[in-house]
Write a protein that binds this ligand. Structure first.
Ligand SMILES: [Zn+2]
Ligand SMILES: [Zn+2]
Length: 333
């Protein structure tokens, strides 16, 4: 029952199923591998019998088959569910180019605006949200006025950006929703029950270098606050997790990584700046929902408009949530 001797029809069937999905978890692989092994063997194999070892052997065969085609299989842990997600990754072409093969220039520009909102607008030392609620999402529908001279990291979008940029008008709400729906189906974004969008594990895997190139400052001093930050334990990007209480410190930790991380340490202090780690400074949705401003706004719901500017308010409100630090102090030391 170990299909790792030579590449066979079962391996091909597995790879086909994997490619059709783009990503796979052990749980998703079980029924697929059970069907393959049943077809190959004399007796039926139940999904329950599929172990991580069997899955691994199919993964490594697939990986070998893909390597000559400039594809690789990489995996990452989901930051919240802790499930390991495997994805087929193109090792040569930029993921934005891949997305561009399936979507129009308008749609790509819209996705770029969504990413900019997630990683620039709603990701500051004061508030590292890195997700969009439905209101902010809808603000990304329209293209900004052409006059806006934002020198967007042009090389990241594809070659035809300069001339097509002129005509971009944006998407209607319904078009934007349809586009996001397909991005969720393609495995790039996740949509929470509250209608908030964030990047999926697959996107974090595939867009890793793109995100760093696009949103981090390569000339920043070591230790200077950067938009894209990594888990101190697993070294993957953190968009949901905990942060050092010191606003300008870059140390972040996934919730799912923290137990193992602190177990090896004598004191619960930031490993860089030694600020006590209270586990109450957040990255992701809780950076918003665990604030005073959010609680205040909850009381005022009912009028839709109230919550609209919440993130802006938190970013501007010096005495909110993480309030014990001094304000905006850009002057170092
Ligand atoms: Zn981690
Ligand atoms: Zn720190």
């Amino acid at each position: 029952m170990d299909g790792d001797d030579e590449y066979n029809d079962g391996n091909r069937a597995f790879l086909q199923a994997f490619m059709a999905r783009g990503t796979m978890t052990l749980r998703e692989a079980k029924p697929i591998l059970a069907a393959i092994l049943t077809a190959e063997g004399d007796e039926p194999v139940d999904a329950m019998q599929i172990t991580q070892d069997i899955f691994d052997s199919y993964l490594s065969a697939a990986q070998e088959a893909l390597s000559s085609l400039d594809y690789d299989i990489r995996s990452a842990m989901h930051q919240v569910t802790k499930k390991r997600v495997y994805a087929i990754v193109n090792t040569t072409s930029d993921p934005m180019t891949q997305i561009a093969t399936l979507h129009s220039a308008e749609e790509i520009a819209f996705v770029k605006r969504v990413l900019d909102a997630m990683f620039e607008k709603y990701n500051s030392p004061r508030l590292e949200a890195m997700f969009l609620d439905s209101m902010q999402f809808h603000q990304c529908c329209r293209a900004p006025p052409a006059a806006r001279s934002q020198p967007a990291p042009a090389e990241d979008m594809d070659e035809d950006t300069p001339q097509s940029q002129q005509q971009l008008r944006g998407l209607k709400n319904s078009e934007a929703e349809a586009m996001m729906q397909s991005m969720v189906e393609e495995g790039w974004f996740e949509r929470s029950n509250e209608g908030c969008y964030s990047l999926s594990p697959r996107a974090l895997l595939e867009l890793r270098s793109w995100l760093i190139e696009t949103y981090n400052d390569p000339d920043a001093e070591p230790g200077e606050w950067q938009r894209i930050k990594f888990c101190e334990a697993c070294k993957e990007i953190v968009t949901v997790g905990q942060r050092c209480a010191e606003r300008d410190c870059n140390v972040r930790l996934h919730d799912i990584c923290e137990d193992a991380f602190w177990r090896t340490r004598r004191e619960k202090k930031c490993p860089k700046c030694e600020t006590p780690w209270d586990g109450k400074h957040y990255v992701g949705e809780r950076a918003v929902t665990e604030t005073e401003a959010y609680r205040r706004s909850k009381g005022h719901r009912g009028r839709g408009g109230r919550s609209s500017g919440l993130m802006e308010q938190i970013m501007a409100d010096p005495e909110d949530g993480e309030g014990d630090e001094e304000e905006e102090g850009l002057e170092d030391e």
